[in-house]
Write a protein that binds this ligand. Structure first.
Ligand code: SF4
Ligand code: SF4
Length: 258
């Protein structure tokens, strides 16, 4: 499901390799249930047929638990409603024709969800839409649902930050969560910010391929230089992320690897 999103998080996940999205959809990973994906871009259904899935989930008519992955900032619909509009619509009410917002769907589906995964910096912390000025009163999932939110299976909001996030981080965390939901694994360990603890425990700096330059005090002077980027604004010494060792797609790329 999407809030204020550029779809970049979804694109990142389609590039993930450990596991691949296709592996989850095919149900070929031992211990993990086969996943049926209902997505605003890649689903073959559209319009009322697509929204029908959400109504079925709300009514408890699916034959399996559902997990919400939310991409994009959570934008305050009451701000838009004040002028008769909406920020992000996701289908119509078939009886009245009324536009239903993404946020209304989140309100309706969050209590019954088996888990909620916020993907990307927009969904986790509010992202650029929540920067100074914030006319949409944008925020992250944990700010909206509260730190004490627990899914119907007892899972807190799972946060996978990054812009774009590392697709493999999402797929690995989602797989660990599915293993738990399937009764075959422990509840994954999350840090105080709701991130998978094993993925976000180290600073970028500790594993950066440019750390040798930092050690020698040799710094890049302009973009494209190969040396340490700290004088150009790199926050790697304080940001906790595994981008340096995992890369952005299949071990390649990432902000200090390009
Ligand atoms: S976190 Fe980045 S990639 Fe994801 S929706 Fe926001 S701007 Fe796009
Ligand atoms: S580029 Fe950033 S993360 Fe890498 S060594 Fe320099 S300061 Fe550390």
């Amino acid at each position: 499901m999407v809030g204020g999103s550029c779809d970049g998080c979804s694109v990142a996940v389609t590039g993930g390799t450990h596991p691949r999205v296709e592996h989850l959809l095919a149900g070929i990973i031992p211990g993990l249930p086969r996943v049926e994906l209902v997505h605003t871009v890649v689903s073959t259904e559209s319009g009322p047929e697509w929204v029908h899935n959400l109504f079925m989930a709300e009514r408890g008519e699916l034959d399996a638990p559902y997990v919400i992955t939310w991409e994009g900032s959570i934008m305050d619909e009451s701000v838009a409603a004040a002028t008769g509009g909406y920020w992000m619509g996701l289908g119509d009410d078939p009886q009245t024709g009324r536009q239903i917002s993404s946020l209304e769907w989140l309100d309706r589906l969050a209590p019954g969800a088996a888990a909620i995964i916020a993907i990307g910096t927009c969904a986790t912390w509010g992202g650029i839409p929540s920067a100074k000025g914030n006319v949409t009163n944008s925020m992250g999932m944990m700010d909206y649902l509260g730190k004490d939110y627990r899914s119907s299976f007892g899972v807190p909001v799972v946060n996978i930050p990054g812009c774009s996030p590392i697709g493999d981080n999402y797929l690995e965390a989602a797989s660990a969560t599915l293993l738990f939901l399937n009764g075959l694994g422990p509840l994954p360990e999350f840090d105080e910010l709701g991130r998978p603890a094993w993925l976000f425990g180290e600073t970028v700096h500790r594993h950066c391929p440019r750390a040798g330059y930092y050690e020698e005090g040799v710094f890049a002077e302009e973009y494209g230089d190969k040396e340490c980027l700290v004088e150009l604004g790199c926050w790697g010494p304080v940001v906790q992320c595994n981008i340096a060792e995992r890369g952005i797609v299949d071990g390649h790329g990432g902000c200090m690897n390009v």
